[in-house]
Design a protein. Sequence first.
Length: 577
Amino acid sequence: MPIRVLDISVAARIAAGEVIERPASVVKELIENSIDAGATQVKVETRGGGVELIRVVDNGWGIPSEELALAFQRHSTSKIERVEDLTSVRTLGFRGEALPSIAAVSQVIMVSRPAGELAGSYIEIAGGEVLQEGTRGAPLGTTVTVRDLFYNVPARRKFLRSEDTEAAHIYHLICQYALAYPGLRFTLVSSGRMAFQSAGSGQLLEVLGQVYGLEVAKSMLEVSGGAAGAAERGTSATVWGYVSQPAVHRATRGHLSFFVNHRWVQSRMLAYAVEEAYRTMLPSGRHPLCALNILVPPEELDVNVHPAKSEVKFLRDRQVFAEVQKAVRGCLVAGAPIPLVTAPASVPVNNRPLLLVKKASVAGTVRVPGPELVSLDSKAPGMVTSKLPPLRVLGQVAQTYIIAEAPEGMYLIDQHTAHERVLYERIRGEQARTGVSSQLLLEPVTLELNPRQAPALSAHLDELSRLGFSIEPFGDRTYLLRAVPAVLFKGDFKLALGELLEQLVQGQGSPEDWLDKAAITMACHGAVKAGQALTAAEMRELVEQLEKTDSPRTCAHGRPTMLHLSAEQLEKEFGRR
């Protein structure tokens, strides 16, 4: 086939496909133009999932009449002038492709009036061709109306999803920009009905309540990272925003929102940093919620790596990763609360309320002085004080839960999950130093491995040795186990070793990931079991060790280690209030 130059209209439609993927893409580009124009209020109206109609109205600076037509020419922009400007982009839109791309695949009418002009200017374009220009009355700001999206690109239009699905994408987009700019008032009207409206008060927590609901917003923890602290750590990135308590989680990563220099971005690196901060705090397969702002100098950020500007590239990505992870982890360790047991009146059982666990619970660290509570240094019988609430160990129920009291009420501590947390952090600490301490067996144990396990063990003897196992070959697929990790000496070390070998066979990511999963497995098998009777001294010792951990409120699998029944709830249950 001969080489030819494409017709300009064909080339324009192809180029539009890189920027305009679906109706939400149009809304995104128009909203970003409104924000860059200094708008404080942005109203979006859609019909037919955005295919029939998209109208974006803002109260920004507006476009002078002599520049209105120029705005629809490809590569025209007011955001940059020289190639050097790309190294310090401070606006959301700058490529000069959005408006021409939208006009190439739809019918567009733009009306704009800047301050100082008595009337607004308007322009009507269809398929990239200017149909009309003129003046008309208009308020300050800009109104862009987009109709019949992809009317001239049927191949693209037929791949759009249902009206409800496209409308949901637009709703999600508006929510993200409301989170990114809590000081702006966003309004979404979908098919004639109010779908969303933010207050524009500047309070991110308020917008979180409007997006996720009041109960979730109340349970969010504030993340704050000052610029001064970042400078001390040798990084130019600062992190602030909100993350969910470990008790609040979702089945997907769709509730992780990141805003880099107020630009909403998709970033696997940032998502991984947040989820690493929650490591051992969430159940398997569950994911947190977050709305995090990451601020970096513009010259350390490349926002030109994606046609739709939905991805960014950091100059110092490792430093940004570490800063996000540390900020979120520090927030969780300091503020994650103990789940509170409540009794909703709407769930009666035998005419009595049914006690349930409330996910959005009381504040994390409780500091209530009391004359009867003393520190560990005083060696008072039954007393444990810590960064957890000051606890007095009372006993054990069902040989599984430790009962303790504090000024705020009663606490039930799961002895297995609590011990698992203690052992997990002990193992990880030993891994970071010289290796996990081991215990020699009186007699070696013979291991008969299957054809899948034997090669995995042979290839990872050094790694297993670092975990405290001493294993020697003893024939074909037979090995002698001479020593085990000290934490497993009284546990089922053969079962634990079998699970570790299965992890090696299946592949568990990086060596560091495998070491962490190995620590979780060993801690689980080495911890005291449910149904195991403990003496009063053992219970006090366990609670004391739990207090010394970094994350005492969850086990290594993310399950809670304790529940709280408040004094107020006890009084209510016994009819005292």
